[in-house]
Design a protein around this ligand. Structure first.
Ligand SMILES: Cc1ncc(COP(=O)(O)O)c(C=O)c1O
Length: 393
């Protein structure tokens, strides 16, 4: 087999030399755990997103978990979760002893279908977890309206939402709280890591405690206070979900070029949009009025024929063959994400079939994400475009 002329990964971490050097400061100072660098990263996150409170944690998953716990979500409570998202959005509900109530997605945006939300509400519904999937914001105005009517908490899964705005306002504090991810496939990375945002001071205080073993005072507060040798009280039986200062140094350093990172990802997406506009068999990410997409990724629907329950297996087989071909040409692709109701744990626990959430099923089987990452060269992107345009369906 011929070697492909180029290898284009689905994503590639890009760090400047200064960002790499930034992790040396905590290593040299000896303050490795949550401390001054975490505080700096949180302050920069507030400045960029406009959220009043930012709380750094070990991942988006633990962020969603702490946000729900801080809101008092517990055993027997129900949370509405889109059926097409990363499994973590649903898992945190299970971790707290709750029940997941899936809602199908809008096939054009991949986000929760707000028209179906009302019908999912029961007397036990305590939370809705809209997901800003792949960077396109969910319809928060609609979600919040329904949540307010029923006195339900809203926690935004903003894992992919860096640089995503609704009518100019960054996602993450449109509901009661939101959580972001710093996994390396996200625009800002700390290896593992996450950030909770909220405009509710009391909730922020509660989450800060829960993150840190339930302590009334953080180590940094204690060390900066008059009697650093005395230990804090613990009003809650909390967790240890603290980000390290090594991770936070890396995150804080990247925030100095946050706007440029988002702009570059948006520029790459525009080039793809224009290149693929004439392809009837590939639906590129939707543009929704008032919504700014930070493009965590570039998810498309593969449509060599109309999607119906009967055609999904056929389209799925064809998509997988096309993914094989792209891989052989050196281009990595992925299904956009997975339909959680089709994964074994949820399938078995709740007795679900793919057809219970048809659009999530179709997205699971017929979506394809193309490489998009800041630092992608023009040559890499033109190579991907050339390979996609050369395909015939
Ligand atoms: C939509 C969504 N939610 C949650 C997560 C979990 O993020 P983390 O890996 O930081 O826990 C991810 C990660 O890919 C995600 O895409």
């Amino acid at each position: 087999m011929n070697r492909p002329p180029m290898q284009v990964p689905i994503a590639r971490t890009q760090l400047t030399e200064d960002e790499i050097q930034s992790v040396l400061a905590p290593l040299r100072s000896g303050w490795l755990v949550q401390g001054p660098k975490v505080r700096e990263f949180e302050e920069k996150w507030c400045a960029f997103t406009g959220a009043q409170h930012s709380i750094a944690v070990t991942s988006c998953t633990t962020g969603l978990h702490l946000a729900l716990a801080g809101l008092g979500f517990g055993p027997g409570d129900e949370a509405i979760v889109p059926a097409f998202t990363w499994i973590a959005t649903a898992n945190v509900v299970e971790h707290l002893g709750g029940r997941v109530v899936f809602c199908d997605i809008d096939p054009l945006t991949f986000n929760i279908d707000v028209e179906q939300l009302q019908a999912k509400i029961t007397p036990r519904t305590r939370a809705i977890l809209p997901v800003h999937l792949f960077g396109l914001p969910a319809d928060m105005a609609h979600v919040n309206r329904i949540a307010e009517q029923h006195n339900i908490h809203v926690v935004e899964d903003a894992a992919c939402g860096f640089g995503s705005r609704i009518r100019g306002r960054h996602v993450g504090a449109h509901g009661h709280a939101g959580a972001f991810s710093f996994h390396p496939r996200k625009a800002i990375t700390t290896g593992e890591g996450g950030m909770i945002t909220t405009n509710d001071a009391q909730l922020a205080e509660k989450i800060r405690r829960l993150r840190d073993h339930g302590a009334a005072m953080s180590d940094l507060q204690r060390h900066l206070g008059p009697r650093p040798y005395l230990l804090a009280d613990h009003p809650d039986a909390g967790y240890n979900q603290r980000m390290t200062d090594i991770q936070a140094a890396l995150g804080a350093a990247q925030m100095d070029r946050a706007a440029a990172i988002v702009a570059e990802r948006q520029r790459l997406a525009r080039i793809y949009d224009e290149a693929f506009a004439g392809l009837a068999w590939l639906r590129t990410p939707a543009h929704v009025h008032g919504m700014e997409n930070g493009y965590q990724s570039y998810p498309c629907m593969f449509l060599p024929e109309a999607i119906t329950q009967e055609s999904i297996p056929r389209v799925n087989a064809q998509r997988n063959q096309w993914m094989d071909k792209l891989q052989q040409a050196g281009i990595s692709t992925r299904p956009a994400t997975h339909a959680v109701h089709m994964l074994q744990f949820y399938r078995e626990k709740y007795g679900l079939r793919p057809s219970d959430f048809t659009h999530a099923w179709a997205a699971n089987d017929c979506s394809i994400s193309l490489p998009l990452f800041h630092g992608m060269s023009d040559a890499e992107q033109q190579y991907v475009i050339g390979q996609v345009l050369a395909a015939r369906f």
